[in-house]
Each structure stands twice: as structure tokens, then as C-alpha cells.
Design a protein. Structure first.
Length: 250
């Protein structure tokens, strides 16, 4: 849950770096650092640093028979790879193989979103994905990337997918496709943000009204489930968009 005292922001504030919601809300007064070190940004940096450290620990001593963190990373990456391959064209028949192009991005989305979702369950921390700026940024990466994939594999013909199968349907299909793609931006970002924010608010209310211990526990357990489910929904929809951009439409 999001606590009134955020440890990392408090440490940065003591070091003279304007980090906290007060600075962020008055960014014009405190300058660009107030935005760069806003709470959701600070905890996003923290998640990225944590993933880098865990990856370094897991890969610094590679062994033929993996164990410890190496075993964890090999299992995790294999599961994500298989899930990616099952949901996008991977070279069977005449279809393109886009797995090498989308797999690294899906690994990042999976680990980053999951860690961000679960981070808010630790006292003194917050979930960066409970901020719309973060989820919108992730969504825009997906939207821009699947358009680039479509252009790479179909060239200028990619835009024909927006026009429909026959010319006289263009006035109907073109606005529909445009609104559909705009709707993807809204649904993908707001769904993740809304679920995480509601969890944060509910935990905060229960803590204030019913105590700090047993009352929030069911919501914290539910928060773990929500964190996994929302991560899975985001990457599944992203993979569906990637696949749809390169597949031939009939």
C-alpha cells in the first residue's frame, strides 16, 4: 500500500533531492528534479535497479547444472519464452517469426510490472503501476512497437488493414479502426492503473479504520493475486496486438 512516509523519497529528501508528492505537485517551484524524482519515478528506478542486481547475481557464475538464482532465471525466462511463442507467429508455414523481436520486451514487461505491482504491499513503499503516468508509458511502448512491427513486415500495405476489405467501406472502417486503436491505449493503461490504485486505496482505508495488522491482511493476499493477474493481462494483450499487426487479415 502507499504509505504517507515513503522511505526512498525520505532518504532522497534528506540528501537534498526534492523527492515527494509535495515537491511533485509544486514542480514549477522546485524545478525539473521534482518531476524526475517524483515518488512513482523513484520507485520505478528502484524496481529497475533491483532487477539488474538480481540478474547479475543469477548470471555471474553460470554452471552447466543450474542452481540458486541461475535456476530461477532459467525457469522464469523459459516460461516467458514458451508463453510468447504460443501467442505470436513463430515461423510455422508462411507466417513470420516475430518471437526474437518481441520476447525481450515481454520479459521486461513481465518482470517490471509484476515487481511494481507487488512492491506496494511492503510498508514504506508504493506500486509505480498505481500511477497513470507509468501505465500510460508502458502502453505507449506497446502501441508504437506493434505499429513498427506491422510496417516492418507489411510495409505500406499495413495501412490497408485500417481501410477494410472493399473500397466503399473505407468511410466506415477507417474511423472505426482509429477509435479502436485509441481505445487500446485507454483500456490497456487504465485497466492496470485502476486495479492497482483501487488496491492501494482499499488498503489505506482499512489500515486507518480497522487497524494495522489483521484487517488489511485479506486485501494484501488479494493484492498478490491482482498483481499477477494484471501483469498476465497486460502481456497477453500486448502479444495479441503484436500478432495482429503482422498477421494477414482476410
Amino acid at each position: 500500500m502507499e504509505h504517507p512516509i515513503l522511505f526512498l523519497c525520505l532518504i532522497l529528501d534528506k540528501l537534498g533531492i526534492p523527492s515527494g508528492w509535495h515537491y511533485y505537485e509544486h514542480a514549477n517551484e522546485y524545478g525539473v528534479l521534482a518531476k524526475v524524482f517524483a515518488p512513482h519515478m523513484v520507485y520505478s528506478y528502484f524496481v529497475c535497479l533491483l532487477l539488474i542486481i538480481l540478474a547479475f547475481i543469477g548470471t555471474r557464475k553460470k554452471e552447466f547444472i543450474p542452481k540458486g538464482f541461475q535456476n530461477f532465471w532459467e525457469f522464469t525466462l523459459e516460461v516467458i519464452y514458451n508463453f510468447t511463442q504460443d501467442n505470436v507467429p513463430h515461423g510455422e508455414g508462411h507466417e513470420p517469426n516475430i518471437v526474437p523481436l518481441v520476447y525481450p520486451l515481454i520479459v521486461f514487461f513481465t518482470l517490471y510490472i509484476l515487481f511494481c505491482n507487488l512492491l506496494g504491499l511492503i510498508p514504506g513503499f508504493m506500486s509505480p503501476t498505481a500511477n497513470l503516468n507509468v501505465t500510460l508509458g508502458l502502453t505507449l511502448i506497446t502501441i508504437v512497437y506493434y505499429h513498427l512491427l506491422g510496417l516492418r513486415y507489411k510495409g505500406i500495405k499495413y495501412f490497408k488493414d485500417f481501410l477494410g476489405p472493399i473500397p466503399w467501406l473505407i468511410p466506415l472502417m477507417l474511423p472505426t479502426e482509429i477509435f479502436s486503436h485509441i481505445g487500446r491505449v485507454i483500456s490497456l493503461s487504465v485497466r492496470l492503473f485502476g486495479n492497482l490504485m483501487s488496491k492501494e486505496l482499499l488498503l489505506g482505508l482499512l489500515t486507518m479504520l480497522a487497524g494495522k495488522f489483521f484487517a488489511p491482511l485479506p486485501i494484501m493476499l488479494l493484492g498478490i493475486l491482482v498483481g499477477f493477474v494484471q501483469m498476465l493481462i497486460f502481456i497477453t494483450l500486448s502479444l495479441a496486438y503484436f500478432a495482429g499487426a503482422v498477421e494477414e487479415h482476410h
